[in-house]
Design a protein around this ligand. Structure first.
Ligand SMILES: [Zn+2]
Ligand SMILES: [Zn+2]
Length: 478
């Protein structure tokens, strides 16, 4: 294996890349240690090539992306760095390095600069798949939900024989906001529609959903098919069409739609209408042959309504690339991530804020008490279990003290938590060779980019690799 350390001493202030051309020995930059001023000065001089390569085929932009250097990436792009340069020995692109680094801002920057998302590396993985592989799910979400504004603006100009554009200019902004949202909870989408009076009208929504359908079709028919984006467009289109129905037929208009989406059934408050609507939207996806559709249907169909996983969580996983989606982290009303305000009575539902709680109260109040009882029961059982575990641990420790065991036993128990965390713990070894290959490809990366400032970050990545190797079942592969 090559050792990048020979070429990139980790402690040096400046990293010099020497490239031998047939004509001359050109000495090029490069400093990754954060001195953008110096870099700017160097990049301004004639002899410096911004797209030069090191012996692994990495450009300065790739290095900066992998090191998470936001300013440096910006500077390089400004000086004409080629975001789609594909000379890396394992076919990695700058976007892949950005995804591996876990830096959302850089990932976004690469996409804005025109990075292609469908390019695969030597082990056949896209940037989103590589990011997912090392557990950088926020970057996966950024990549999977990126949609350049220009692609939407195309519809704001009359095309072909059209007398007027398919999408009025004033709608492009609000529609783009919805398209790029990473929270696809139906209530959130309706709230986004509602917050913009221009959009919350039958005619406007009709124009928008037709444009979404056109984009969906394009995504499926273009050379580099994008099923994820197609599904997302189709899904939002379905929600818009339902908005139209409520605007036309109900006096309480979109508020009525939100209420229908949240209304829980009597026994446990489960929102049956919402579940059915999302299932129906997925089923109505017009391209039956799509792998993503088949995967979604396979995941959802056997699940009884009211059980886990919900159609929303399955869809979100597919579209954002999040693995290990836990409902408990998301607002009960709008699906907002990182919600942490619990209902003070039952402690079973969480919300972003009081507003979300208010919207949900009309239906939650009917089951709050029942949920409280369930919660208390669960707490009791958890406490019992904990006591049992503690007892067992004590007993084990006693045995250890008695001297019969060696430290080997301890290391044996290490992988267990990983197994527990993963309900899909795979056992069949069919995918092993491919994964081993992938692991090798990762290990073959020059070492300098791996040496991020914080060693712990790096350790986390390696840990992620270990865990992911355990899992093998990777949803993003669709
Ligand atoms: Zn919320
Ligand atoms: Zn409650």
């Amino acid at each position: 294996m090559r050792n990048g350390n020979d070429h990139f001493p980790p402690d040096s202030q400046f990293i010099i890349i020497i490239i031998l051309t047939p004509f001359s020995l050109c000495v090029f930059l490069f400093l990754i240690k954060g001195n953008t001023e110096e870099a700017g000065r160097l990049l301004g001089s004639k002899n410096v090539r911004v797209n030069c390569l090191d012996e692994h085929g990495m450009t300065p932009l790739m290095h900066a992306a992998y090191k998470g250097k936001v300013d440096m990436c910006r500077l390089l792009l400004r000086h004409g760095a080629d975001v789609n340069c594909n000379e890396h020995e394992h076919g990695y692109t700058a976007l892949m390095f950005a995804g591996l680094s876990g830096n959302k801002e850089i990932t976004w920057m690469m996409l804005e600069a025109g990075a292609e998302t469908d390019v695969v590396n030597s082990v056949g993985r896209t940037a989103a798949q590589m990011a997912a592989f090392v557990g950088q799910h926020d970057c996966v979400t950024v990549i999977n939900n990126f949609f350049p504004r220009e692609r939407l603006d195309y519809y704001t100009k009359p095309q072909g024989l059209d007398k007027e554009p398919k999408l009025p200019v004033k709608l492009a902004g609000p529609l783009h906001k919805i398209i790029t949202t990473t929270n696809m909870h139906p209530v959130k989408i309706v709230l986004l529609v509602k917050e913009n009076p221009l959009l919350a009208e039958v005619e406007a929504l009709q124009k928008c959903y037709r444009v979404l359908d056109l984009i969906c079709e394009k995504c499926m028919k273009q050379k580099d098919m994008n099923e994820v984006l197609a599904m997302k467009m189709h899904y939002i289109s379905c929600i818009f069409q339902k908005c139209i129905t409520f605007l036309k037929e109900r006096e309480d208009k979109l508020d009525g739609f939100i209420k229908s989406l949240l209304k829980g059934r009597d026994k446990d408050g489960f929102p049956v209408y919402q579940e059915k609507l999302i299932r129906e939207s997925i089923r109505k996806f017009p391209y039956c042959e799509a792998t993503l559709l088949q995967q979604l249907v396979r995941s959802i169909a056997p699940v009884e309504i009211g059980s886990d996983p919900t159609a929303f969580s399955v869809l979100t996983q597919a579209i954002t690339g999040q693995v290990g989606f836990v409902d408990a982290e998301f607002c009960t009303t709008c699906g907002g991530k990182g919600a942490d305000k619990r209902c003070s009575v039952c402690k079973m539902v969480i919300y972003c804020d009081q507003n979300c709680q208010k919207i949900h109260w009309f239906t939650h109040k009917k089951v709050c008490k029942i949920l409280k009882e369930i919660h208390e029961k669960q707490e009791l059982e958890a406490a019992k279990e904990k006591r049992k575990q503690e007892k067992k641990q004590k007993k084990d420790e006693m045995q250890l003290v008695e001297g019969s065991s060696t430290s080997e036993q301890q290391s044996d128990s290490d992988p267990d938590p990983t197994k527990e965390m993963d309900p899909n713990h795979p056992t069949e070894g069919t995918e092993e060779p491919e994964f081993t290959k992938e692991m090798e490809a990762l290990a073959l990366q020059p070492e300098s980019p791996l040496e991020s400032e914080s060693g712990s970050h790096d350790d986390t990545k390696r840990e992620d690799l270990k865990i992911l190797n355990f899992r093998k079942v990777l949803f993003y592969q669709i």
